[in-house]
Design a protein around this ligand. Structure first.
Ligand SMILES: Nc1ncnc2c1ncn2[C@@H]1O[C@H](COP(=O)(O)OP(=O)(O)OP(=O)(O)O)[C@@H](O)[C@H]1O
Ligand SMILES: [Mg+2]
Length: 267
């Protein structure tokens, strides 16, 4: 379980950085269905992997910062989310966001969950069923970061494969997490609830409580200095200091809330 051999070093590297010096160009060969934030696939010279750049929409929401913070948390607690770097898009067309991020396309073959359902892969393919069993830590991560994204729309989970042995489900899209719509303001970050998840994932989480519980333990053990580090290293233009304070407070307080919420929903 984890990133395939081909991208594991880059994934680790990206968690240690906020930016790197690469200049990204639209990758017109790869079709995409941009979501609400807008975005497109990109490549960079002398870099072997592509990435997804978002957001393009300019609405003042700190989407890029949220994506970066959650991907760093996910890596630490062992939930598969593509590594993210912030990217200052100096060539952004007028009216598009300059403060963006890139999310690494971490497996050579990516299959949307929707397609897995269409081909009934969960019923017939052992490697897909096994990947689902390993994937259930996502319920702990989404609860912890307050991800409001409705995962039952099946758009934000993809299946990655490198070979039959190196396959896993991967979660995307955390721009509706953390203090999205100010829901953690005024010390309200303690209002944690169970995320909207496909039945199939809830059932798998009930069957694989050991994996869910291990992820919860990793969340509870997140050190204050690590949380401070990954939030405070985001430049103010991507996340202003008042917002950083709210997010820091939320991430500290919520570590202790996840276990009980999951116990209530996965009994
Ligand atoms: N790292 C990645 N690897 C593979 N595919 C990706 C990756 N990042 C994004 N994509 C593809 O691009 C689509 C859009 O990405 P994403 O869901 O992050 O943006 P969005 O829906 O525009 O976000 P928002 O919820 O902020 O509006 C995904 O559903 C997926 O198909
Ligand atoms: Mg999306």
């Amino acid at each position: 379980m984890g990133f395939p051999k081909s991208t594991s070093d880059v994934a680790l590297q990206w968690t240690m950085e906020v930016f790197n010096g690469l200049r990204w160009f639209p990758n017109r060969n790869v079709p995409c269905e941009p979501g609400e934030a807008g975005g497109f696939f990109v490549s960079a010279q002398n870099f072997p992997f592509s990435a997804y750049l978002k957001p393009t929409k300019l609405d003042g929401r700190p989407r890029a910062a949220y994506e970066k913070i959650v991907s760093d948390l996910a890596y630490k607690i062992g939930v598969l989310v593509p590594p993210v770097l912030l990217y200052k898009r100096r060539d952004a067309p007028r009216g598009e966001e300059i403060n963006t991020c890139v999310s690494l396309v971490s497996f050579p073959v990516i299959v949307p969950w929707r397609v897995l359902e269409e081909i009934k892969a969960f019923d017939h393919l052992d490697e897909v069923k096994e990947a689902l069993g390993r994937y259930v830590g996502i319920v702990a991560l989404d609860t912890y970061v307050g991800n409001d994204e409705d995962r039952t729309n099946l758009k934000n989970i993809v299946y990655g494969s490198e070979s039959e042995k190196e396959t896993d489900l991967i979660s995307l899209d955390f721009s509706n997490a953390l203090n999205y719509e100010g829901k953690w303001n005024d010390n309200r970050s303690g209002a944690a609830c169970f995320p909207k998840m496909p039945e199939r994932i809830v059932d798998a989480a009930k069957l694989n409580r050991r994996i869910v519980d291990a992820t919860v333990t990793n969340i509870e053990n997140l050190e204050e200095c690590f949380i401070n580090h990954i939030v405070n290293r985001i430049p103010d233009e991507f996340l202003d200091s008042a917002e950083k304070q709210v997010i820091l407070n939320g991430l500290m307080v919520r570590r202790a809330l996840v276990r009980r919420i999951l116990a209530d929903h996965l009994a």
